[in-house]
Design a protein around this ligand. Structure first.
Ligand SMILES: *Cc1c(COP(=O)(O)O)cnc(C)c1O
Length: 391
């Protein structure tokens, strides 16, 4: 084994967790589809007995994930939501969680509609102000759950400051790191207990897998999650593990290109007459710019903006695009555009959306790695259609 802690990110992305197959010498990790593994005698095996409990392809993926996030343990799941739900199963009835108010719609739904039934309660608040987080902690609080940059408003919260609060009060801090990826931000190094990802997004990067992962360097918590992974069984298939492992190899390269494109598009949108405001942490006037610079290596590939003209303009804009697909999700090599109020954040009640600032003209772009000039031309077609619809 090489000393993985000494290698750079792009090297780890290609090699960590993976070594040539000892049987065939295959350089690429084999997809081991077998659900069961032969034992020499009852209980005598070399680590694998049944694929829900453990699988060689999944092992390789978990090894690569852990190396990239700088975690001792990575536990892979069949989706980001499966990772979130399994983490929340470490809690018990009566426990309370402090949760960011601007977060992935499906995560909100798990807190609001799923774990609530089992007696786990949540307080939602704006985490860009750490003082609010500290004052929301109660005697029964066990966990803080944050997302930064947040979805869809790209708000930035100070991970190190909130980790301080969590440490003082002996709470688990879980950070959803999906938008930043380990290439741009490492929550565990900033003091978080858990880094959570939807690997459906940038980690896989090709929009052809649904997956998730929880990572931690806390041995006791990892043991609990390992037990729940096996017991609940929300595990990814070996084929999906292989695809994500393949996608991870280019994570660093892709993120550099996503960031370059997003930065150019955000700056261009900022001076566009049909744009009311641009939300991109890389812009100097973004309220979270300074903290983003402190805790992220680059501001990421997501850009949100308010288009003038409300729903009719936004609808015409999205329908006119030909390179950007009008679709939910993000983080693939191809560019996507969506309307959070109607699409990804429909599960957030309308009054909450309004209070948060998710308006009828808000559009969210996932900037792919196509030629940025072509992306800008496509958006210009959208703006022209929006103008016709609004007049
Ligand atoms: C997509 C997403 C999730 C949920 O992941 P799935 O893989 O769709 O279950 C969680 N958090 C964020 C920030 C996401 O974008």
């Amino acid at each position: 084994m090489h000393q993985e802690n000494k290698l750079g990110f792009d090297t780890l992305a290609i090699h960590a967790g993976q070594k040539p197959d000892p049987v065939s010498g295959a350089v690429m990790t084999p997809i081991v589809l077998s659900s069961t593994f032969a034992q020499e005698g009852p209980g005598a095996h070399n680590g694998f007995d049944y694929s829900r409990a453990g699988n060689p392809t999944r092992d390789a993926l978990e090894g690569c994930f852990a190396a990239l996030e700088g975690a001792k343990h990575a536990i892979a799941f069949g989706s980001g939501c499966a990772a979130t739900t399994t983490i929340l199963l470490t809690l018990k009835s009566g426990d309370h969680v402090v949760v960011g108010d601007d977060l992935y719609g499906g995560t909100f739904r798990i807190f609001d509609k799923v774990v609530k039934q089992f007696g786990v309660s949540a307080t939602f608040l704006d985490m860009s102000d750490p003082a609010k987080v500290a004052s929301a902690v109660r005697p029964e609080t066990k966990m803080i759950w944050m997302e930064t940059p947040s979805n869809p408003l790209l708000k930035i919260s100070d991970i190190a400051a909130i980790a301080d609060i969590a440490k003082k009060k002996n709470l688990i801090l879980a950070v959803d790191n999906t938008f930043a990826t380990p290439a741009l931000q490492n929550p565990l190094a900033l003091g978080a207990t858990l880094a959570v990802h939807s690997s459906t997004k940038y980690l896989n990067g090709h929009s052809d897998v649904v997956g998730g992962v929880a990572m931690t360097s806390d041995d006791a918590l990892a043991e609990k999650l390992r037990f729940l992974q096996k017991s609940v069984g929300a595990v990814p298939s070996p084929f999906d593990c292989y695809l994500v492992l393949r996608g991870l190899k280019t994570l660093g390269v892709r993120m550099r290109q996503h960031v370059e494109g997003a930065r150019a598009i955000a700056e261009w949108l900022a001076s566009h007459p049909q744009v009311e405001r641009v939300l991109y942490p890389g812009l100097a006037k973004h309220p979270g710019h300074a903290i983003a610079q402190k805790q992220m290596r680059a501001p990421g590939g997501m850009v949100s903006f308010d288009l003038r003209g409300g729903i009719p303009a936004a609808t015409a804009f999205l329908k006119a695009l030909t390179i950007f697909a009008c679709a939910e999700s993000l983080g693939g090599v191809e560019s996507l555009a969506e309307h959070p109020a109607i699409m990804t954040h429909a599960s957030v009640p309308a009054e909450n959306r309004r209070a948060l600032g998710i308006g009828d003209g808000l559009l969210r772009l996932s900037i792919g790695i196509e030629d940025v000039g072509d992306l800008r031309t496509d958006l210009e077609v959208g703006f022209a259609a929006a103008k016709r619809a609004a007049s």
